[in-house]
Design a protein around this ligand. Structure first.
Ligand code: URA
Length: 191
């Protein structure tokens, strides 16, 4: 599926039931040739309204984190585990995540980034198919899919808004990711 077909398939999707409560699907945004891809959890109320990932308060912090790395938001690609908002911002169910994952897989295959940042526990655990706590996943290089794309895990900006003391750790994760993207950790991690 090319981008256009994929966009159409996502917009028409009624597989998991979230279509009943969504305003619209939230596909993904940014540079389709990006080296860096950020993957979050699911759209919230602001994203459901706007049709774009990470545009609320947590999104503003994610944008600042991207800028701290030296990029403009438009230079990276941003997507989520889910393309529809779970009502009341509850966590995605395993079934919703599984039904939405072919869309994400295809987005990743089309962007073919050098590195994926799994933003928060839900993104990390679903992407890497593990139940390892996020604290234990930080600081390691995981590999994703047939292209063996490097994955680095960090905290979700919504968590950082609640626990600003953890921002320093998140910056450590992003600096680590920058080294990984440069190829400094090719033999590291669990691959
Ligand atoms: N939180 C996420 O994980 N994704 C969004 O798009 C917005 C908030």
């Amino acid at each position: 599926m090319n981008w256009q077909a994929l966009r159409g398939a996502v917009a028409a999707c009624t597989q998991c039931g979230l279509e009943k409560t969504r305003t619209q699907t939230v596909f993904g945004v940014g540079n389709e040739d990006a080296d860096w891809m950020f993957i979050g959890e699911a759209p919230g109320a602001d994203e459901d309204r706007k049709g774009e990932p990470f545009v609320g308060r947590a999104g503003q912090l994610l944008t600042s984190m991207i800028q701290a790395l030296g990029f403009k938001r438009e230079q990276v690609y941003i997507a989520n585990i889910l393309r529809c908002r779970p009502p009341g911002n509850r966590e995605p169910s395993p079934q919703e995540a599984a039904l939405c994952s072919p869309f994400l897989q295809r987005q990743i295959a089309l962007v073919k980034p050098r590195i994926i940042i799994a933003v928060g526990r839900i993104a990390a655990q679903n992407l890497l198919q593990t139940d390892t706590p996020i604290g234990k996943m930080r600081g390691q290089v995981y590999r994703y899919g047939p292209d063996n794309i490097a994955v680095v895990v960090t905290y979700h900006p919504a968590y950082l808004l609640r626990s600003p003391g953890e921002k320093r750790k998140s910056w450590t994760d992003l600096k680590f990711a920058r080294e990984v993207a440069r190829g400094d950790h090719d033999s590291g991690g669990n691959d």
